[in-house]
Design a protein around this ligand. Structure first.
Ligand code: GDP
Ligand code: MG
Length: 443
């Protein structure tokens, strides 16, 4: 969906992470490249400028942390600022209050009618209290002759109710539809409206009257992502004239450059709640800014992994461990917990697919198998340590090593390897912490 941004950013950062020093000129270079990437993706100038100003404010004057790769540190900031711009939320399905009306507005061809069917289908799957015959689809689009037939066909596909108003005057038809909905006790009414090719006063006047009759908090604006920056102008015009709760960007599966969706939250101060990813009923996805930023920056889908972990691991274990990680105090006890958590999640290889893939490094089957075996050994070694040794590994001298090795059924050099690995992972944890990856994991 943001393929273009993703591709450019990952090559940009793999170049950056390869360097060990970050100089003013490296920053300027990278900043210029980011500007180019964003402009190429069709992000408006003003938003690009605001983005870079915020980024510079954070980066300039910041001390470099010795143990960190400067590129990583810089990338952490880019990640934070992007989340700030696109909305720092981990949004799931939108909840529509019941009973209510969802008034769907937008220009002609933006995808209103299709989106209504997708929304009805989605609501049936996510809001269990809403029944098929509790959803009513109706249209006051008398501007295009076949528009209402299209909605009727889609309603049949979803399996929900449909009503065709007798009047062909949009205002009278709206009243008629609302009365019908009341009569059948509809839980959720989706009202399709007429668009135009451009914002025009007749359309806006008509929508204002309909809005007065319907009186709903759920006014949704449908925007065609293919129209690029123009969609932002459309949103501003609708916002001033009628207002809306949130937007849905359609056709994100096409070769849209994504810049308008990137800039939307910052410019309109409202949210994108769904994106259309195709023409079929199931092609609607909740829009999740934090996850999107992660994808754009090539950080893998850490939140998906966190969700998977949520379902598998006892909440308390996980929180304890993640908190230790986030604080950067990472003890051998946590290390052992991590190993146990990974075990309960499944094999390393199935976890790898969620992890960031910096610079395109791929692990071979062999490496993964070796890693899994090593983890089992490590777990055994930690089990044979005393509590004190787990929290203060520095006290582990030669004779302690011998005792631990014997208890775990391993060699002394394997104990030494574990302790070295542990030191390295402490460094890695500090780096992760700095890169901002843990943000959003605690709410
Ligand atoms: P309306 O005039 O606003 O009601 O727009 P329609 O719902 O009739 O959609 C216009 C065209 O866009 C139709 O051909 C839809 O199939 C197509 N369309 C709508 N949403 C999407 C989407 O998310 N992806 C793709 N590829 N096509 C879409
Ligand atoms: Mg339509």
């Amino acid at each position: 969906m943001f393929d273009m941004l993703t591709k450019k950013f990952s090559s940009l950062f793999s170049a950056l992470t390869a360097s060990n020093t970050i100089t003013q000129s490296a920053i300027t270079d990278t900043t210029n490249q980011i500007r180019e990437v964003l402009l190429d993706a069709d992000v408006p100038y003003s938003v690009v400028d605001a983005f870079l100003a915020e980024l510079s404010k954070r980066v300039i004057g910041e001390k470099l942390v010795k143990s960190l790769n400067p590129g990583q540190q810089f990338m952490g900031h880019v990640y934070d600022v992007m989340c700030q711009f696109m909305g720092n939320t981990n949004q799931q399905s939108h909840i529509f209050s019941v009973p209510s009306t969802v008034l769907v507005m937008g220009l002609q061809g933006s995808g209103k009618t299709t989106t209504i069917a997708k929304l009805a289908y989605h609501v049936l799957q996510t809001q269990k209290k809403i029944k098929k015959n509790g959803i009513l689809l109706a249209s006051v689009d008398f501007y295009r002759p076949a528009a209402i037939d299209q909605l009727e066909i889609l309603a049949a596909q979803v399996g929900c109710s449909f009503y065709r108003a007798i009047s062909t005057n949009p205002v009278q038809a709206t009243t008629e539809i609302m009365n019908y909905a009341k009569k059948i006790g509809a839980q959720l009414i989706f009202l399709d409206t007429a668009g135009r090719l451009h914002i025009d006063t007749t359309m806006i006047q008509e929508l204002k009257i309909i809005d007065d009759i319907v009186q709903t908090p759920h006014k949704m604006l449908v925007l065609d992502s293919m129209t690029g920056q123009e969609s932002l102008n459309v949103a501003q015009a609708f916002d001033q004239a009628i207002g809306f709760e949130a937007v849905i960007f359609t056709k994100m599966d096409s070769d849209t450059r994504g810049g308008a969706a990137f800039a939307f939250k910052y410019m309109l101060k409202k949210s994108i709640i769904y994106i259309g990813m195709g023409e079929k009923l199931a092609d609607l996805q909740p829009f999740n800014p934090v996850r999107t930023v992660g994808r754009i920056l090539g950080k893998g889908d850490l939140l998906t992994l966190a969700e998977k972990a949520d379902a598998t691991i006892k909440q308390s274990d996980q929180e304890r461990s993640l908190k230790a990680l986030a604080k950067g105090n990472f003890t051998l006890e946590d290390f052992a917990n991590q190993i146990d958590m990974v075990k309960s999640l499944g094999s390393l290889s199935s976890i790898m697919q969620y992890l960031p893939n910096m610079g395109g490094a791929q692990l071979s089957r062999d490496t993964i198998d070796k890693g899994e075996k090593e983890m089992r050994t490590f777990r055994a070694i930690i089990s044979s340590m005393t509590q004190k040794e787990r929290y203060m590994p520095d006290i582990i001298d030669g004779s302690r090593k011998m005792r631990i090795a014997k208890g775990a059924g391993v060699t002394v050099s394997q104990v030494t390897t574990l302790l070295e690995r542990f030191k390295q992972s402490q460094q890695y944890v500090k780096l992760l912490k700095k890169s901002g990856l843990f943000k959003g994991m605690f709410r």
